[in-house]
Ligand binder design. Structure first.
Ligand SMILES: Cc1cc2nc3c(=O)[nH]c(=O)nc-3n(C[C@H](O)[C@H](O)[C@H](O)COP(=O)(O)OP(=O)(O)OC[C@H]3O[C@@H](n4cnc5c(N)ncnc54)[C@H](O)[C@@H]3O)c2cc1C
Length: 425
């Protein structure tokens, strides 16, 4: 069977791998000339399997007015009359309740656990090299209220899965991670998860692409813009592209933030809106304690990951959630805000080469990806992974391949279906 995978980000590539392994004839299509050239390029590098709390929550709702009024806030919304954004925003507000948080937590923990296993097996089987390491993740809270909410979330998670999360005092956080430049009185405390991992998403994609290129049932159409789908008798028969028509029996939509555009053309709506984020990659300061763990500064919504690049230690800093439409440009002021806050928080050297980047998270209102069949019978959806696409990619791809092949599912597909309700699964 011929399958066209639309999108060569981490979601498209992992789905291509799973389907190629099952013997499908796979074609990967992307407008960029290299795989992983958009949101999968320089993300936060955190494989955050246990820390899956959605952005939409009662706590976020309470903080929203303050966040929106402050110019240095990690979340920014550009006022717009775009109906897609207004509808997304209303759905986001509707998801800010404990029931929805519980449902998403449960679903993401299960998908995260599957992803972890699939990624570990794939890395070993194919000898992939992308700096995968169990660095442990420390989430620090500057405010007591946020810390109390985090403790409640950790307890919630412990009820639905074995979390292995430890609650730490401010002093214990600083002892665990000496690269933090904070004073004990600047922190309320932290949650530490020793099993969390880090790895470079783009290097993973590059290495997986090399393995995919070696297979004779995989072909590539890079530098190829997807313009639409050809539908006859209710089924997709081909993909219209800037390079001509590709005949196919099945299509997997993995276009990230670009997915809703194609869905609209097909007559259905995907509740996905771009949430722009930034990253910098910098060297640790010379002579200072290097970052050892993956760290999340929850109040500032900035994450830090220790990586290796060309044999050198580097720190990947990522953050900011701006709802500014499809504008991918680096806003120098936003980047400078994040960089300054990062340099106040961990040891990084801003005099060395600092690589800036911006990408669009394909965000759903409840933070859960959409994995399942679309209203068109041979069009499958694997998209909307928001802030956790790197973490959830391998599990999402496995789940997608199992659903496409009508195998026994490795997770509950209803949790990720288009048109799911916010009710607990
Ligand atoms: C600042 C930041 C930090 C992040 N940190 C983390 C993290 O630490 N951990 C984590 O798990 N996740 C993180 N994420 C999220 C993660 O990076 C994304 O969820 C993930 O990369 C999405 O992958 P994707 O394949 O769906 O999208 P993409 O990587 O964007 O791939 C979609 C592809 O579709 C192609 N495309 C789109 N439209 C068309 C078209 N019409 N024709 C042809 N091709 C098209 C694009 O070129 C692109 O290559 C972060 C994201 C950001 C922005």
């Amino acid at each position: 069977m011929r399958v066209c995978i639309l999108g060569a980000g981490v979601i498209g590539l992992t789905t291509a791998w799973e389907l190629a392994e099952r013997g499908y004839q796979v074609t990967i299509v992307d407008r960029r000339r290299e795989p992983a050239a958009e949101t999968s390029f320089a993300n936060g590098a955190q494989l955050s399997y246990a820390f899956v709390a959605p952005l939409a929550s009662p706590e976020t709702l309470a903080k929203l007015p303050g966040l929106l009024l402050s110019s240095a806030a990690p979340i920014r919304i550009r006022p717009t009359c775009d109906p897609a954004f207004i509808r997304w925003g209303l759905e986001f507000l509707a998801a800010c309740n404990t029931r929805s948080v519980d449902a998403t937590t449960r679903a993401q923990l299960a998908l995260g656990a599957l992803s972890r296993t699939v990624l570990a097996d794939l890395t070993q089987q194919e000898a992939l090299s992308f700096g995968l390491r169990t660095a442990g993740k420390l989430v620090v809270y500057r405010k007591a209220k946020g810390f109390e909410a985090a403790k409640a979330q950790a307890e919630r998670q412990a009820r639905v899965a074995e979390g292995g999360q430890e609650v730490l005092s401010a002093a214990a956080c600083l002892a665990l991670e000496p690269s933090l430049k904070l004073r004990p009185d600047e922190l309320a405390g932290g949650i530490y998860t020793p099993s969390e991992q880090v790895g470079d998403c783009r290097l993973f994609c590059d290495d997986l692409a090399v393995r995919l290129r070696r297979r004779n049932n995989v072909s590539w159409q890079l530098g190829t813009h997807v313009r639409g789908l050809v539908v006859r008798e209710g089924l997709v028969k081909g993909v219209e592209t800037s390079q001509g028509l590709i005949d196919t029996d099945l299509v997997v939509l993995a276009l990230g933030a670009g997915a809703p555009h194609l869905a609209r053309q097909m007559g259905f709506r995907l509740p996905i809106y771009p949430m722009k984020g930034y990253s910098i990659t910098a060297r640790p300061s010379l002579g200072a304690a290097p970052l050892r763990h993956s760290v999340t500064d929850l109040d500032r919504k900035i994450v830090y990951a220790p990586l290796r690049e060309d044999g050198n230690d580097v720190v990947r800093v990522a953050g900011i959630a701006d709802m500014v439409g499809f504008d991918r440009r680096v806003d120098e002021r936003r980047l400078a805000d994040m960089t300054r806050q990062a340099a106040d928080t961990v040891n990084i050297d801003l005099e060395s080469d600092v690589l800036p980047w911006a990408g669009l998270r394909p965000a759903t209102p409840d933070s859960r990806p959409i994995i399942g069949w679309s209203p068109v019978p041979n069009l499958f959806l694997n998209t909307g992974h928001g802030a956790l696409g790197w973490t959830l990619a391998c599990g999402s791809a496995r789940l997608a391949a199992q659903m496409i092949g009508k195998e026994g599912p490795g997770g509950d597909p209803a949790w990720f279906a288009l048109g799911r309700s916010n009710k607990a699964p």
